[in-house]
Design a protein around this ligand. Structure first.
Ligand code: MGD
Ligand code: MGD
Ligand code: SF4
Ligand code: MO
Length: 869
């Protein structure tokens, strides 16, 4: 039976048609009827079936590492929270939650904390994600309202992507943009990012600005809008602050961007000369100590020109997580209330308190994420409940955060997985149902609310997060307020509260659904908010009606600030961090798919060729990266994609997958003073070569635990693969291999040349390869995809490390859908297939989800350029 649901990954919010079978078998396709994706899915969405197995799942509650009953676990959590509050007050407890919760889960968490515990110490990973946008929207619009719709990206004549790697992070929206541009070649795309990325590929202009200098660039644009008389004076009657904003813009120096003056001029000409312009922004804007100002610098330009809320025009913040937007709706952050109401407004508080019949209402904002973990560290917070997020990995200064959690007197973690860097630190572990098991709603970047639907029964004793929160609320003494029968009842209450908020002027109002029946909730079709008796969906602010006290939009005077930490002799580099195409955050789900691990299987460091030469870094060697807060060892990727003086590393690796690759240990916990969002993209760092005594590559049918200085392990087609490096070589590699893979009795096939530090061995049982290890004094050159495919085979030539002439090595996989490797693509390019289309026809590469099309285009460019030289 086909079930319509929504992808659990990014904020594009694609509709998925799921066909569950026996034993959690699943097929997924894109839902052609869903307005967000119209049938498309990216590599992560198409791999969902490979990530719903029960491997690694947390299936029962645990107290102190021992299995426990739900009754015992819930009673303990309620009692410890109640006792802590009784002894130390409501602010001595905290919830740290997630934009990956469903709206219903999130609503219950927020209600429990703000209305019943009476503290606003509930914050979320959205603080690390889009709190600068929320702050920027509120300053400019008086409310956190995203003005536009996805169609605007297709209808625009110019799309500017600022600090957004849309091609990898919002792939289906990127594909919609790419298709619109292909159909209408006059459309222009500008990409503003210190780094060249897969997204730069469709850009007519890439501006590699200095990290953190976006305010200076958009100030230059505003000054030029004014100078050319391009402001929309009709619209400006509905906007305040123009003169001051322009004066500040004129005073700021565009040279701070480090950009070529001609490139800046081209950008200003394009932007000013194109009425239908959409400025898309994401983490390169938000994750900055001047994040809120960057947002407002962009909004200033759209307000000045009245290019907002009309088809093909407007600022557009793309949200990261599947329900980042839903979290904003329920007021899930420490400085919000509920339904876009204000915690510091007494009328708003009274309305929500009345609606909830709440005994005590939080009266002031609670602690924002970074401050919350500081309060955990210094003992102000004595009981902490972490739900659906992995802060021991993803918070800035993560080593310190992990230590703070470890030292907290009482820590509860709700997760779907048993082993994460955060679950390891919990006193009580609560097993949650995950995607495909839970029911509820999520809201995507364009305010579209869609249903996630259960496909399978809850495994083991896993329970829905909303229910667990409600059960704790009931046990803490409020059974009526937390007595819903199911998610539909929670949704009805949320929709009814949004009607109260709508009455107080909130844009977020879905009160038309306050009486929705269970059957209609089950069948609910995707729709954009608001949804009231008077209005459904649409754009905002074209009419110049805002939610500020004066009712006008607000432009702000902004002065550019460089990133908070200055580079120095010890830390001469600017360390930028972010995402890769096929992994989701800490990889607890995407890491289960062998297919998704084939694209990039270990943490890396992008370094400019001249810096690499200067610092003695070899391509494919290892680098030791240090910052004032921590160290990492990463694979060197020498590339002109990064500016000189900049480094880039991905955020995904953890203690489970590559302990030395945990990048947030290097990122200082500096935040934007307005939004509290950490500066995750502009740490300072130093780099030296990491000189290992030996390097290794291993494959194994069974999971195994490396213990050398550097390792990175990933799921492979048949078992696991790992990159290894150590400071001391063992006396005997064969003994070491047997120990490492746990195969004491296996038959070993070995070639070794100890004088050259070389060893290659395959361990076999009943003739079949169970594991293989390749060691050398320099990074090992073997055909990795080929070797990963030999596990379980009777192959006598495995030690060659590469396939025989009749079986070419595909190389690192580029197209995850059809398993097409970089070498195969290079060969086809050499054979004359030099467009994405001809390569697609020849190899199928890029013809399914399309996530790799940008990279294929990049390969064509690289190979044809080399051939031409
Ligand atoms: N594949 C994949 N997709 C994802 C996710 C994932 O984990 N994996 N996570 C989702 C989530 S939660 C989020 S928030 C989004 C994030 O989506 P994006 O924001 O697109 O992703 P990032 O890679 O974090 O950062 C985007 C870019 O900002 C650039 N940047 C760094 N500093 C600056 C600067 O000062 N100015 C400018 N203009 N640019 C700068 C970086 O070089 C980087 O290329 O992705 C979502 N989608
Ligand atoms: N250096 C650096 N750091 C960053 C960023 C960056 O760009 N650079 N980006 C930041 C951003 S934008 C974000 S959004 C964060 C993301 O960071 P996190 O939220 O910490 O990362 P995830 O891996 O998504 O963690 C989600 C956890 O919830 C679990 N889970 C999945 N589904 C469910 C469920 O239904 N219920 C429960 N209870 N658990 C579930 C997963 O197993 C996983 O352990 O990272 C931030 N940190
Ligand atoms: S773009 Fe990919 S990850 Fe994002 S919602 Fe769609 S299928 Fe899921
Ligand atoms: Mo995010």
């Amino acid at each position: 039976m086909a079930i319509a649901t929504t992808c659990p990954y990014c904020g594009v919010g694609c509709g998925v048609t799921a066909r569950p079978g026996a034993d959690r078998a699943l097929t997924v396709t894109g839902d052609a009827a869903h307005p967000a994706n119209l049938g498309r899915l990216c590599s992560k969405g198409s791999s969902l079936a490979e990530t719903v197995g029960l491997e690694g799942r947390l299936l029962s509650p645990r107290i102190g590492g021992q299995e426990a009953s739900w009754e015992a676990a819930l009673s303990l959590v309620a009692a410890r929270f109640r006792d802590t509050i009784a002894a130390h007050g409501p602010d001595s407890v905290a919830l740290y939650v997630s934009g990956q919760l469903l709206t219903e889960d999130y609503y219950v968490a927020n209600k429990l904390m703000k209305g019943f515990i009476g503290s606003a110490n509930i914050d979320t990973n959205s603080r690390l994600c889009m709190s600068s946008t929320v702050a920027g929207h509120k300053r400019a619009f008086g409310s956190d309202t995203v003005p536009g719709q996805y169609e605007d990206l297709e209808e625009a004549d110019l799309v500017v992507l600022v600090g957004s790697n849309l091609g990898w992070c919002h792939p289906v929206l990127y594909q919609r943009l790419a298709a619109a541009k292909a159909a209408r070649p006059a459309m222009r795309v500008v990409n503003i990012d210190p780094r060249r990325t897969a997204t730069s590929d469709i850009a007519d202009l890439h501006l590699p600005l200095a990290p953190g200098s976006d305010v200076a660039l958009f100030n230059a644009l505003l000054a030029e809008i004014d100078a050319r008389g391009a402001a929309d004076w009709g619209y400006l009657a509905r906007v305040e602050g123009y003169d001051a904003a322009v004066a500040a813009a004129r005073a700021s120096d565009p040279a701070a961007t480090g950009l070529d003056a001609g490139d800046i001029a081209r950008f200003l000409d394009l932007w000013i000369g194109t009425e239908k312009v959409v400025t898309v922004f994401s983490q390169g804007v938000n994750q900055s100590s001047s994040g809120a100002d960057k947002v407002n610098a962009i909004l200033n330009c759209h307000l000045a020109t009245g290019r907002i809320g009309r088809p093909g025009m407007g600022p557009f913040s793309v949200t990261g997580q599947p329900n980042a937007m839903g979290g904003r709706e329920v007021g899930g952050m420490a400085n919000m209330l509920a339904c876009h109401l204000e915690i510091e407004n007494p009328d708003h508080r009274a309305a929500v308190q009345g609606f909830w019949s709440a005994p005590v209402m939080a009266e002031r904002p609670g602690l924002k994420a970074v401050d919350m973990f500081r309060a955990v560290e210094d003992g102000r917070i004595k009981a902490l409940w972490i739900i659906c997020t992995n802060p021991a990995v993803t918070m800035p200064d993560a080593g310190r955060v992990a230590a703070a959690i470890a030292a907290c007197p009482f820590v509860v973690v709700s997760d779907i997985m048993a082993q994460t860097d955060t679950t390891r630190l919990a006193h009580v572990l609560l097993p949650a149902t995950g995607w495909g098991e839970k029911d509820g709603t999520v809201t995507n970047s364009e305010r579209r609310i869609s249903r996630q639907r259960a496909l399978f029964a809850a495994p083991g004793q896993a329970r829905d997060d909303w229910r667990v929160l409600a059960e704790v609320g009931a046990r803490m003494g409020w059974p009526e307020a937390f007595g819903w029968a199911g998610p539909a009842a929670v949704f009805r209450e949320h929709a009814a509260l949004s009607g109260v908020a709508g009455g107080l002027g909130s844009d977020f109002d879905i009160s038309a659904l306050k009486d929705i029946g269970d059957a209609d909730y089950a069948a609910l079709q995707p729709f954009c908010w608001p949804k009231t008796s008077a209005r459904e969906g649409g754009r905002f602010f074209a009419d110049g009606r805002f939610h500020t006290p004066s009712g006008k939009g607000r432009m702000l005077p902004l002065t550019p600030r460089p990133p908070a930490a200055a580079t120095s002799a010890a830390f001469p580099f600017r360390l930028n961090t972010g995402r890769i195409r096929d992994q989701w955050h800490t990889m607890t789900r995407t890491g289960l798919s062998a297919r998704l691990n084939q694209h990039i299987a270990e943490p890396f460091l992008e370094v400019h060729p001249e810096d690499a030469a200067l610092y003695g870094l070899e391509p494919a060697g290892l680098a030791h990266v240090t910052s004032p807060t921590g160290t990492a060892i990463l694979r060197v990727l020498v590339t002109p994609r990064v500016r000189r003086g900049d480094l880039f590393a991905p955020m995904h690796w953890t203690g489970e997958t590559a302990p030395s690759g945990r990048i947030d240990r290097l990122v200082a916990a500096v935040t934007d003073p307005i939004s509290g969002q950490p500066e995750s993209k502009a740490a300072v760092a130093g780099v030296t070569p990491f000189v290992a005594a030996w390097y290794g590559f291993a494959v194994s049918a069974q999971d195994f635990q490396p213990d050398c200085a550097y390792w990175a392990k990933a799921r492979a087609a048949r078992g696991y693969r790992a990159e290894l490096a150590g400071l001391e070589a063992p006396a005997d590699w064969e003994t070491e291999a047997r120990r490492l893979f746990g195969l004491p009795g296996a038959e070993a096939m070995t070639i070794a040349d100890p004088s050259r530090g070389l060893a290659r061995m395959a361990l076999r049982e009943e003739g079949r390869i169970r594991a293989a290890l390749f060691v050398a004094r320099e990074p090992v050159a073997v055909a990795r995809t080929h070797l990963a495919g030999l596990v379980g085979e009777m192959d006598n030539d495995a030690l060659a490390g590469r396939p025989g002439g009749d079986r070419p090595d595909p190389g690192a996989i580029v197209c995850a859908c059809f398993n097409v490797g970089v070498n195969t693509i290079a060969a086809a390019i050499a054979g004359g297939a030099v467009t994405v289309e001809t390569l697609g026809a020849a190899l199928k590469a890029g013809t399914n989800c399309g996530s790799c099309r940008a990279e294929i285009r990049g390969l064509i460019h690289a190979h044809t350029a080399t051939a031409a030289e």
